[in-house]
Design a protein around this ligand. Structure first.
Ligand code: FAD
Length: 431
């Protein structure tokens, strides 16, 4: 049997060209574009290349709203070429090999890109294949996931046309980006079912999770546990989805006791929203830059400075990093200035003084006009708030924030490396 690592080395491209940049960034997503912009704002002379294969840049938090029928998919995407900051070189290609001992990365087209410093932020890998039958079933006959732009519109098709039956929502047994997304979709679905005569009464809405709480931060978990109780949603803790059988419309779950499977159960579905297992991209897992002996293969960085623990000219942030906090774009917004400042310090042989404190935020949509703005310190699981309001509450104003303000901040402020605070007038003009 050929393992993934062997497969990758068998398809290693031949190097046909070598280039060199002072700073190379892998990934032009939330983290890559924001960090490049911050660096260039600080110093226009920096010689930066961004290696990014996609000509589209998605605002992924918008996929939850696409699945809930609030946004169209096109509201969540812009051409990548419009976002690459002036002064950076875009290498439109995919990194397949990391060679940190020789300060180089190799792309699928055989370009060897050498660097003085490297920033790694290619996001997270979606491991659809780890759930048997899932890949083949997606987008057909009731099986969907907001974790792909391809299927988020199908989620809304299913929800709005649902006539009753079993509506299942699942959370996987791996770390994921936006830990709240698997349940936000459920609350919007529940609202929609209730808005149609007779549908909710003939529906079982069920949430399956391998965990034992609705959220990692106990204070927010308490609120969500009340929400599911008030809405009469059935929550099955200690359940891990392992197979979809599309021909009989069954979902098969391992029943876990202290994370160990002790049995299995089959549940019939009419619709199922799957949050898939996730891990670091394989080219990181298979490299010396991954955390040693770690199942998920995250880039091994210091949790405060974001510098690699062994290769000092390498930094990482975002979903692919080992930072022990919740993986969100909101976290990236706070990580990027730390990477930019520390990388510049590193280049001038100064001490790395900038520190990331684990801040992250997951706007927990609990209905079409309600959101708990779950800001927290991911390193200590403590609630935080950027607003003069108690964060431990469902609020209409936070729904407006999620729907209108945060997308604007992302496109117009964060990706440009600019701050949002105090800039309400520009936002109002944009609307
Ligand atoms: P990404 O933004 O995913 O960017 C990674 C980039 O790397 C991509 O452009 C990709 O094409 C590129 N890349 C991949 N492989 C390679 C390679 N081999 N070589 C070069 N480039 C490569 N966050 C929030 O803050 N709030 C939310 O409400 C929220 N909701 C979400 C809902 C959903 C359904 C999803 C899917 C995500 C949500 N997130 C949310 C999470 C947020 O989108 C991510 O945490 C954020 O985008 C991470 O940024 P990143 O730059 O690390 O990765």
């Amino acid at each position: 049997m050929v393992t993934l690592t062997q497969k990758q080395s068998l398809t290693q491209p031949e190097v046909r060209k070598t280039v060199h940049y002072q700073i190379v960034i892998i990934g032009g997503g939330a983290a890559g574009i924001t960090t490049a912009s911050l660096l260039l704002l600080k110093n226009r002379q920096l010689d930066i290349a961004i290696v990014e294969p996609s000509d589209k840049h998605y605002y992924q938090p918008g996929w939850t709203l696409t699945g809930g029928g609030v946004f169209q998919l096109q509201d969540t995407v812009k051409p990548q070429k419009d976002l690459i900051p002036t002064g950076a070189t875009w290498i439109q290609d995919r990194v397949v090999t990391l060679d940190p001992d020789h300060n180089a990365v190799i792309t699928s087209e055989g370009i060897r890109v050498e660097y003085d410093t490297l920033i790694i932020c290619p996001g997270i890998q979606i491991d659809w294949h780890l759930i048997k039958g899932l890949k083949e079933s997606l987008g057909i006959d009731g099986v969907t996931s907001n974790y792909s732009p391809q299927y988020a519109p199908y989620t809304w098709e299913l929800i709005k046309n649902f006539q009753g039956g079993n509506a299942l929502f699942t959370f996987p047994n791996t770390p994921i980006k936006c830990g709240g997304a698997p349940q936000k979709v459920m609350y919007m679905a529940d609202d929609t079912f209730r808005s149609k005569w007779g549908v909710r009464h003939s529906t079982n809405v069920m949430f399956f999770t391998p965990g034992s709480r609705m959220f990692a931060v106990p204070d927010y978990a308490k609120i969500l546990e009340k929400v599911v109780q008030d809405r009469d949603l059935q929550v099955k803790f200690g359940h891990n989805l392992k197979e979809i059988k599309p021909e009989t419309k069954e979902a098969i779950f391992d029943i876990l006791d202290d994370s160990v499977p002790v049995g299995e159960i089959s549940v019939k579905y009419d619709i199922i929203h799957v949050a898939p297992p996730q891990s670091a991209p394989d080219f990181i897992k298979n490299s010396p830059l991954a955390v040693p002996n770690n199942l998920y293969g995250w880039v091994d960085v210091d949790k405060e400075t974001l510098q690699h623990n062994r290769y000092k000219n390498v930094f990482a942030l975002g979903d692919a990093s080992s930072l022990p906090t919740s993986k969100t774009a909101a976290a990236v917004r706070k990580q990027a200035p730390v990477v930019a400042a520390n990388l510049l310090a590193f280049l001038s042989s100064a001490p790395l003084l900038s520190k990331y404190d684990g801040y992250t935020c997951c706007p927990l949509i609990t209905g079409y006009d309600k959101t708990v703005m779950a800001e927290f310190d991911g390193y200590n699981c403590r609630p935080m708030s950027s607003f003069p309001l108690n964060p431990l509450k469902e609020r209409w104003v936070m729904w407006l924030m999620k729907k209108h303000v945060l997308p604007w901040v992302y496109w117009n402020r964060m990706l440009k490396g600019e701050r949002f605070e105090g800039d309400y007038i520009k936002f109002l003009q944009w609307r």
